[in-house]
Design a protein. Structure first.
Lengths: 138, 107
């Protein structure tokens, strides 16, 4: 048998169900994602969710030496860095559920950097990216 | 969806703002920080206390911004809804305006 086999209806249904199961609780899982960032001397440590909302802030006493203005600005800067990290993680979760092509679109719209050498193959619904590479055992 | 865009465009940028103990935090919808302003007094209570105040104040500012977003969605779509699906729910108690600061929609 040299021709790649067409997937059976059962196989297609099973694939669809698998993908549906992957979307279950998706919003909750993305909502639980956290990104964090800290400054050079590790005196300010910021944790945020994908929206950038501040979830945790750790300040060392030494951070107070920055002064009120610089400290406030640093918290804002770090929270934005942390949000980028959270968004990247969120996109990974969405990619698992919705396919990598959808995740790539989201990365573009979120202004996230692309990995020039991704390990993933863009997912197109209904197209098996590995078609032809399967060693089908009859 | 055109109506949705019109409503949000007319409302201008949504900003939630809250203050406590010399800490003033402004956030966008969802809670992304726009500014954290600290008074010199805010630093007098120590780092741990300051960190708690900033997080609590940011949570209140976020609740206000999300509440405002919900109002605008409701105005545009004629129902409550979407906001929770977007992960933008909020605790109404946090959105309560204790500091008489009505200036949420400032650009």
């Amino acid at each position: 048998m040299t021709q790649p086999q067409r997937r059976t209806t059962e196989r297609l249904l099973a694939d669809a169900e698998e993908r549906l199961a992957a979307t279950e609780g998706l919003a909750d899982r993305v909502g639980e994602v956290r990104g964090w960032a800290y400054n050079g001397d590790d005196t300010v440590h910021v944790t945020v969710d994908v929206h950038g909302a501040l979830k945790e802030l750790k300040l060392d006493e030494r951070a107070l030496a920055l002064g009120p203005q610089a400290l406030g600005a640093q918290i804002v800067d770090l929270s934005h860095q942390a949000q980028q990290a959270a968004l990247s993680e969120g996109v990974n979760i969405l990619g698992d559920a919705l396919g990598d092509a959808a995740a790539l679109d989201m990365m573009r719209s979120a202004g996230l950097e692309m990995d020039p050498e991704p390990e993933v193959i863009p997912y197109t619904p209904g197209v098996d990216p590995n078609a032809g590479t399967w060693n089908v055992i009859d | 969806m055109e109506r949705l865009e019109q409503v949000f465009a007319a409302a201008g940028p949504i900003v939630g703002k809250a203050s406590a103990d010399g800490v003033t935090v402004e956030v966008g919808v969802g809670g992304r920080l726009r500014s954290v302003q600290l008074s010199p007094q805010a630093l007098r209570y120590g780092a741990a206390q300051l960190a708690r105040t900033v997080v609590d104040t940011a949570a209140r500012a976020t609740a206000k911004a999300n509440q405002r977003a919900e109002q605008l969605y409701a105005q545009a779509l004629g129902k409550k809804p979407v906001v929770e699906g977007l992960g933008l729910s909020y605790d109404p108690a946090l959105a309560a305006d204790e500091d008489f600061d009505r200036d949420w929609t400032r650009g």
